[in-house]
Design a protein around this ligand. Sequence first.
Ligand code: PEP
Ligand code: MN
Length: 372
Amino acid sequence: MILVLSPDTSPDSAEYRQLLDHLAQLPKIKTRIHQEKGAQQILTEIYLIGDTASLSLEDMESLPGVERVVRVSQEYRVLGRHKDDHRPTHFEYNGVRFGQDNVNVFAGLCAVDNPEHVELMMKGLKEHGQVCTRMGAYKPRTSPYAFQGHGKACLPYVFELAGKYGIKVIAMEVTHESHVDEIREALKQTGNPTGVMLQIGTRNTQNFELLKIVGRQREFPVLLKRGFGITLDESLNAAEYLASEGNRNVVFGLRGMKTNMGDPHRNLVDFAHVPVVKRLTRMPVCVDPSHSVGTRNRAPDGILEIFHATMQGVIAGANMVLVDFHPAPTKALVDGPQALLMEELPLFLECVRNAREAYEKNVRLMGEARHG
Ligand code: PEP
Ligand code: MN
């Protein structure tokens, strides 16, 4: 059960103390407090954990300071959508809105290789009005002999160039808690020219200790990728680990499932789950067509299969697209064969816009049919 307090209920107020005293007396109930400091107000939610079945909604609603009460199902307590749950399905980070009702494209380098390529990428993004990108510095690789990413060495120039070209959010995978510290430190050293969305890759979806650490910090939002060999429920529970530790600015990423049933794609594209994740949770949903499809094959209609998968995700209501581009894919150190070319960027953005328009039109059509 969640008690949503009236906005700006001060932790020092008498009614807040009264409320906590009352809750402390409830048998077999533990409380966990979550505060969200917005620009205008502080929102406080108190999670009641334990034997809440015996508590009545009306009683709890009448307690001092309580504005609303949400009874949660067992699943995804913080991030889930529950009955009469009007909690938000969006968040803001560094001036960019991430919600279940909009789309952001994160086109960029799978792996940072050199400053020239980073600059060409960011310059191209700026020219096409983009403020988000992906830049891999820490790369989890199958072979220990493969390029592992430049790590913290590349962070200063990546962040400075982001500032130069107006990039506000960079999706960057972390595989260890030290990476979060390195990113924080490099941002500080360069004067915070940009923001970072920490990415938990598919190989770490169930690295629970990493999830707890990333969940305990609330400075950076998190993109959690679905595990490639586990159920959707298991991956959504992984996202809940982040939120249960305090960080609920989480985007959920679909990136395909590892099975040879997906051949000749790199992974079996799972974008039909976009509306499912939006129904079960309040998280914005990201699709990664590059790691799902994994090749630059072109269908007979002239459209690259990566474009096709992108549009399938967007027409399903996806809120973020993570996609590999490279100014010189033959020189890319990771995933060159699936990278899109800079000259394909405007086309790609237009296809995203077209698919989004079709989605919005379908939503309106369905609304009219249902409500007249
Ligand atoms: C990536 O986005 O660079 C990546 C490695 O993705 P995934 O974890 O989905 O394989
Ligand atoms: Mn990759």
